[in-house]
Ligand binder design. Structure first.
Ligand code: CUA
Length: 282
């Protein structure tokens, strides 16, 4: 707001002077060329000193704002959450082993130290309402603070072009009261009860790309599905309904063209069984 007001004042002063000069000194019939004038010490000092003071003022405000929005990291503090960018989804890993994709839960009113990494190319983690942007660079780690003062769902996006489905790399940060968050993270760290559908899931090679157990920390190309049924969205911002899940299993390429999951030709009965099995993963 300070900048906006300041810039508006400067704009008005300059626009007024330009407008005045256009009218006052416009060419009239019979005008000769005016006599050139060289140098005017007082004016030159003024138009050097005034902008210098303004820019120094802006510099001080900028430093203060930077310090406010990006507090220094605390040395040796382990991260509360590790976020990894993948083509084209976000993985969130918590210290207790809970791992999820796309839907990141945080406790409201508490500041989390987040480590940002990438599994493939450069992505950029960005939740405009909660924190500044942070690039996810392969082979490097970045850190930011993430904090939501109020419970709610905050939209996030990848902010660095990272390939075909860059625009589809959306995610949500769900900030919830501390008790709800504790319950959520405890549940996410457990594996749902065994189900006979898991056999088919493994036979059809789904398990090559997707984790299905909370204790499975092997890096994989696809998002973990251990608690897929508890998430609101599937890839491509598709609401997580049994019907959409079935469509996703058969034709992910028409929903999110270019993504890493191939279309599959699963017989109808197996498709139904896979969907049923995944719906038990909550
Ligand atoms: Cu990831 Cu753009």
């Amino acid at each position: 707001m300070y900048f906006l007001v300041l810039a508006a004042i400067i704009f008005l002063v300059v626009a007024t002077m330009v407008g005045y000069s256009i009218v006052r000194y416009r060419a009239r019939q019979g005008d000769a060329d005016p006599r050139p004038s060289f140098g005017h010490r007082r004016i030159e000092i003024t138009w050097t000193v005034v902008p210098l003071v303004i820019v120094l003022g802006i510099f001080v405000f900028t430093l203060r704002t930077m310090a406010n929005v990006d507090a220094p990291l605390e040395p040796d503090r382990p991260p509360d959450l590790t976020i990894t960018g993948h083509q084209w989804w976000w993985e969130a890993r918590y210290p207790n082993g809970a791992t999820t994709a796309r839907e990141i839960h945080i406790p409201a009113g508490r500041r989390l130290l987040v480590r940002i990494e990438s599994a493939d190319v450069i992505h950029d983690f960005w939740v405009p309402q909660l924190a500044r942007k942070m690039d996810a660079v392969p082979g490097r780690t970045g850190y930011i603070w993430l904090r939501a003062d109020n419970p709610g769902t905050y939209q996030g996006a990848c902010s660095e072009f990272c390939g075909m489905q860059h625009a589809g790399m959306r995610f949500e940060v769900v900030a919830e009261p501390e008790a709800d968050f504790s319950a959520w993270i405890a549940r996410q760290a457990e594996t749902p009860a065994p189900d006979p559908g898991e056999r088919l899931f493994r036979e059809r090679k789904c398990a090559d790309c997707h984790a299905i157990s909370a204790s499975d920390a092997t890096p994989r190309i696809g998002p973990p599905l251990t608690h897929i049924a508890s998430r609101k969205y599937l890839g491509g911002n598709l609401p997580n309904t049994p019907g959409n899940l079935t469509s996703w299993i058969t034709s992910p390429q028409s929903i999110l063209p270019g993504n890493r999951m191939p279309d599959s030709r699963v017989p109808a009965d197996e498709l139904q069984e896979l969907t049923r099995f995944l719906e038990t993963r909550r």
